[in-house]
Design a binder for this molecule. Structure first.
Ligand SMILES: Cc1cc2nc3c(=O)[nH]c(=O)nc-3n(C[C@H](O)[C@H](O)[C@H](O)COP(=O)(O)OP(=O)(O)OC[C@H]3O[C@@H](n4cnc5c(N)ncnc54)[C@H](O)[C@@H]3O)c2cc1C
Ligand SMILES: NC(=O)c1ccc[n+]([C@@H]2O[C@H](COP(=O)([O-])OP(=O)(O)OC[C@H]3O[C@@H](n4cnc5c(N)ncnc54)[C@H](OP(=O)(O)O)[C@@H]3O)[C@@H](O)[C@H]2O)c1
Length: 451
């Protein structure tokens, strides 16, 4: 059988691994990615000061070394190759395209300069080519990060790390330079619900209390104000509460940068100064209201305060992009599917031989390791559905590459990527970092002698 996997993040690689390890089938896997570089959010999302988690790429590189695996980077499904073409060249297709769009607060002022979605900020500091030219102005003193998830925590940490700490990481050189000159002294992480509902992981939260020259600050009474904050019945959330209580008990140092944690507030408007820059964030105080399913919702009380900040970073989640020819579930903002089988969003009829894994299947929830089992589960469906498919004659395996080249698209192979990888590692060694990323697709192709 011949399978196309679109997307080289964790979900795509775990699907490839599950397919290539099958003892009962000989499967050729072509993995496409719109970038010349593999690994999705492991390269473009995971925070640079969390290098250890990135070692998972060794597992993916082992999969890539299997003889029937082929990487076709720098090929975007949609403009460079269509779904129809993939259907002609492959027996089965797996979409592993992640969640690359951001969610919006939907409040006045959201589009103004210095209101930057986390997708942009994270992509910028991680050297994602899409965001290398993002305008991130760190001449402000106070920043609001909206959301209580791990991405909010990542963004706050990166804003407050010392440049000496960041230098040792694979942060993009342009971001390192900007953060070196940053004037940011205070960051506010704002949760719309209470501390007991916060989505961040205890380990990530705890790390905020151990940063060089940074004090976490929780105003007296802030935790008591949030009903139900003694125990949640959930181990992780209770650990969060214990950590937050320990933060609240600390005496902030006068000269330290401050990381404020606020709860039960929702932004209602981003306020501009006369020059059109962010000057503040209007916040409505919330109370918690039980939902029929036993969870709690934030409800506005009508009481408004203005938090003076010069920059707002909404970190309130991601959504899947629409891709031409791929069925989209507009409500869940994922590729329309039933348990990983792609379906027509209207009638829910299964579209034969097309599958979806990872965040494109389930939305932006979950850690890298969780995709191993989830992708293998979908591969189980592929094998069950695929009996006899291999008898359908396909064009020669290289025909897809010829088609792309005729169109002026230059696919990047895995050995090409290894060349880029070597260059980045050598560049990084100059500053004692694991790598210094090339952030521009043209420059990557130039290194490979392709433009
Ligand atoms: C900021 C951030 C930090 C995170 N940090 C951690 C962490 O520290 N630890 C942890 O366990 N988890 C972390 N996660 C979660 C983890 O990154 C995700 O669970 C995981 O990456 C999702 O895998 P995926 O393969 O579904 O998507 P992705 O990793 O997003 O991969 C999708 C791939 O598809 C490609 N693609 C998209 N559209 C197209 C197209 N049209 N044509 C071709 N290719 C396309 C993209 O270029 C990308 O390579 C983090 C997530 C974020 C957002
Ligand atoms: N170090 C790590 O392991 C790491 C790092 C980064 C990301 N990740 C993972 O990646 C996934 C995505 O992370 P994420 O932080 O983007 O998403 P997330 O965990 O879903 O958190 C999103 C946060 O935004 C809030 N929010 C949503 N809409 C809002 C609105 N309109 N106004 C105000 N707040 C709003 C949510 O509050 P409600 O709860 O009230 O909806 C929630 O606190 C998660 O599974 C995360 O664990 C892991």
């Amino acid at each position: 059988m011949r399978v196309a996997i679109i997307g080289s993040g964790p979900a795509g690689f775990y699907a490839a691994e599950a397919l290539l390890k099958r003892p009962d089938a000989v499967i050729d896997v072509d993995m496409f990615d719109r970038l010349p570089t593999p690994y999705g959010l492991v390269r473009g999302g995971v925070a640079p000061d969390h290098q250890k988690i990135k070692t998972v790429i060794r597992v993916f590189a082992t999969t890539a070394a299997r003889p029937t695996f082929r990487f076709l980077g720098n090929v975007r499904l949609g403009p460079d190759v269509t779904v129809e073409e993939l259907r002609r060249h492959y027996h089965q297709i797996v979409y592993a395209t992640g969640n690359e769009a951001d969610r919006r607060l939907g409040i006045p002022g959201e589009g103004m300069p210095r209101c930057t979605p986390a997708t942009v900020f994270v992509g910028w500091y991680n050297g994602h080519p899409d965001y290398r030219q993002a305008k991130i102005d760190l001449s402000v003193h106070r920043v609001a990060v909206v959301g209580n998830g791990n991405v909010a925590v990542d963004a706050a940490r990166i804003l407050l790390r010392t440049s000496a700490e960041l230098e040792q990481t694979d942060i993009a050189a342009h971001a390192l330079e900007a953060l070196r000159n940053s004037q940011v002294r205070e960051v506010f992480i704002l949760g719309r619900r209470g501390p007991g509902e916060a989505a961040f992981a205890p380990a990530e939260l705890k790390e905020l209390g151990k940063m060089q020259g940074v004090d976490p600050v929780i105003a007296p009474g802030e935790l008591a104000r949030c009903a139900g904050s003694d125990s949640t019945g959930d181990k992780e959330k209770d650990r969060n509460l214990a950590i937050l209580r320990s933060f609240a008990a600390r005496q902030p140092r006068a000269n330290a940068k401050k990381l404020h944690l606020r709860f039960l507030v929702s932004p209602t408007e981003i306020i501009a100064d006369a020059a059109g820059n962010v000057a503040g964030l209007a916040l409505e105080k919330n109370r918690l209201e039980p939902r029929p399913d036993g969870t709690v919702a934030a409800r506005g009380t009508g009481e408004i305060e203005v938090l003076e900040v010069g920059m707002v970073l909404p970190a309130i989640g991601y959504a899947a992009e629409r891709i031409a020819g791929v069925p989209y579930d507009g409500k869940a903002r994922v590729i329309a599917n039933e348990d990983g089988r792609v379906v027509d969003p209207a009638g829910r009829a299964v579209i034969a031989n097309e599958y979806v894994v990872g965040w494109a299947r389930s939305g932006a929830q979950g850690l890298i390791g969780e995709h191993k089992r989830a992708s293998a589960h979908v591969v189980g469906h592929m094998i069950a559905d695929g009996a006899g498919l291999e008898t359908r004659a396909l064009p020669d395996r290289d025909a897809i590459v010829s088609l792309l080249r005729e169109r002026g698209v230059q696919p990047v192979s895995f050995s090409d990527w290894k060349q880029l990888d070597d260059v980045e590692v050598v560049r990084g060694a100059r500053r004692g970092a694991p790598r210094d990323k090339i952030v521009d697709v043209e420059a990557m192709l130039a290194v490979l002698g392709q433009n």
